[in-house]
Design a protein around this ligand. Structure first.
Ligand SMILES: [Zn+2]
Ligand SMILES: [Zn+2]
Length: 238
C-alpha cells in the first residue's frame, strides 16, 4: 500500500523529515505511526467478551439475551471497541471534519485487533448521494477500501440508497424495519458471494445491518458478517 511504502521510505530519511503529528492529540511522532504512545494506549480496547452475533458486551456465554430471543439476520459481528472516548471523538472528526486519513488509521486499529478473520467480499453500507456529496466521502467506503488492502479481500458496492435517512430513535422494531427496507436496495442479485462482510463505522440499533443482511440472504448469500469500528449499547436492548 502507498502509505506503507512512504513509511518504509521515510525510515531512511533524517528525523526532521520523518516527524508528523499524532492523529489523536497532535503531538510530534514518527511518520511510521498514526498515533503517539499515549493515544495508542488510550485506544487499546478493554478486554470484553462480546455477543458473537451483535457485538454487544456480555458477561458470559456466546450470545446476548436479545440475540437469543430475536436472532438478527447477520451471523457474526466483529467490533474494534465500544463507542467511548477517545474513539467516539475520532470517529466524529473522521466523518464531520473530512479526515479520511483518520478513517484509514481506525481501520488499521481494527486490523491490529482482528488480524485473521473469515474471508468474504467486503461491502460498504451505502450513503445517499446528497449526504455523500456534502460530507465528501462515505465513511464506510473509506474503511472498506483500507480493509481490502490490509486483508487482501475483494470488495463490491452491492447496495444503493435511493432515499435520505430519517431518525430511527424512538421507533419500534417493526417501524424501523419498514423505513430501513425502503431506504436500501440490492443492486445486483446475481453472482453474489457466499459470504458478505458489511463494513460500517458505528453500530447502534443494528437495524440497517439487519435489513441489508436480510436482503442478501433473500438473494441467496449464505453468511453475512459485520465489521464495525465502534459499538454503542443498543437503546432498544432489554
Ligand atoms: Zn497522541
Ligand atoms: Zn447479541
Amino acid at each position: 500500500m502507498l502509505f506503507d511504502w512512504v513509511k518504509e521510505l521515510t525510515t531512511y530519511l533524517p528525523t526532521d523529515f520523518t516527524t508528523h503529528h499524532c492523529l489523536g492529540c497532535g503531538q510530534s511522532t514518527s511518520i511510521r505511526h498514526y498515533w503517539c504512545s499515549t493515544c495508542q494506549q488510550l485506544l487499546t480496547p478493554e478486554i470484553t467478551q462480546r455477543c458473537r452475533s451483535c457485538g454487544l458486551p456480555i458477561a458470559s456465554g456466546e450470545l446476548c439475551g436479545h440475540c437469543i430471543s430475536h436472532p438478527p439476520e447477520y451471523d457474526q459481528t466483529f467490533v474494534f471497541d465500544d463507542y467511548r472516548w477517545p474513539l467516539n471523538k475520532l470517529i466524529q472528526h473522521f466523518k464531520h471534519q473530512r479526515q479520511p486519513l483518520l478513517g484509514r488509521a481506525l481501520a488499521e486499529l481494527f486490523y491490529q485487533q482482528h488480524a485473521t478473520l473469515p474471508k468474504g467480499v467486503l461491502c460498504p453500507v451505502p450513503m445517499h448521494w446528497l449526504k455523500k456529496w456534502r460530507r465528501g466521502f462515505n465513511q464506510s467506503e473509506i474503511l472498506m477500501q483500507t480493509f481490502a488492502q490490509y486483508y487482501h479481500y475483494d470488495y463490491r458496492e452491492l447496495f444503493v440508497k435511493p432515499h435520505a435517512s430519517v431518525d430511527l430513535i424512538g421507533l419500534t422494531r417493526a417501524q424501523r424495519r419498514m423505513i430501513v427496507k425502503k431506504n436500501y436496495r440490492l443492486k445486483h442479485d446475481h453472482n453474489l458471494p457466499k459470504r458478505v462482510i458489511l463494513v460500517d463505522d458505528v453500530m447502534t440499533t443494528g437495524a440497517t445491518l439487519d435489513e441489508l443482511a436480510h436482503q442478501l440472504k433473500q438473494a441467496g448469500v449464505s453468511q453475512v458478517h459485520c465489521w464495525i469500528i465502534a459499538r454503542t449499547p443498543s437503546p432498544y436492548a432489554g
